[in-house]
Structures are given as C-alpha cells and as structure tokens.
Design a binder for this molecule. Structure first.
Ligand code: 5GP
Ligand code: ZN
Length: 116
C-alpha cells in the first residue's frame, strides 16, 4: 500500500473509492461509513498526518477546495446545512492518519451524534 497509508492508496487509485471531485492536488470521495447521506472526505494527494504538520500552501489550497466541494455536495444532496469536521490525534477520534476534512450534510429534523 502506498506510504503504508490507506488514503495515499486511495489517492493513488490502489484502493477503489466513490469519487466526488478530483484534481492534481486534491481528492474527495464518499465516506465508507457515512454519518449522513453524502458524507464526503476531502484529502490532499500529498501525505501529512494532521493539521499541524500540513504545509501552509497545501492547507490553503485544501481549505478552498473544501469550500467549493461543500457547496457542490450541499446542492447535489439537497442538504439544509453541513458540518465540517477535521480530527487530529487518536484522542480526537482520528482513525486514518492522513489529513482529511469531513463534509457532513445535515437535513432538517435529522439530528446526528458523531463525536464519541
Ligand atoms: P477519522 O475518524 O480518522 O476522522 O475519519 C476516517 C474516516 O474514514 C471514517 O469516517 C471512516 O468511515 C472512513 N474510512 C475508513 N476507511 C475507509 C475506506 O477504505 N474507504 C472510505 N471511502 N472511507 C473510509
Ligand atoms: Zn497518506
């Protein structure tokens, strides 16, 4: 597996995913265990573990892509709102150590519990 990292392997196409958006820097794909319909993960193709070790230029581009993709996801799934979630470290619930932003569409009348 590329870099011994699940999301590097997904970015390299070694492991299949349902793609939502892709360009040279970023990949967005559906979460395999969605918290709501349309739950999307956005990753940079270059590996870093979390917010603090991500290169500033990579992070700037990533956050702007999160904004663009969130708008598209909200429209596509006719969501009423959305949450952005980005976990850092096992104590936060991070299970995959390749930085990722969750876009979690929210629907009126459908509460969610997603922070254990
Ligand atoms: P974390 O808890 O690290 O912030 O989130 C990792 C997310 O990756 C989880 O929501 C989990 O469902 C998702 N995930 C784990 N393995 C895979 C996989 O192989 N494919 C996809 N599409 N999502 C995955
Ligand atoms: Zn990685």
């Amino acid at each position: 597996m590329k870099n011994n990292c699940l999301f590097c392997a997904i970015a390299a196409g070694e492991i299949p995913s349902t793609k939502v958006y892709e360009d040279d820097e970023v990949l967005a794909f559906l979460d395999i265990n969605p918290a709501s319909e349309g739950h999307t993960l956005v990753i940079p193709k270059v590996h870093s573990e979390g917010l603090l070790d991500t290169d500033d230029e990579v992070l700037k581009a990533l956050v702007l892509k999160v904004k663009k993709i969130a708008a598209e996801v909200k429209t596509k799934y006719n969501a009423d709102g959305f949450n952005i979630l980005q976990n850092n470290g096992e104590a936060s619930g991070q299970t995959v150590k390749h930085i990722h932003f969750h876009i979690i569409p929210r629907y009126d009348g459908k509460p969610l519990k997603f922070l254990p």
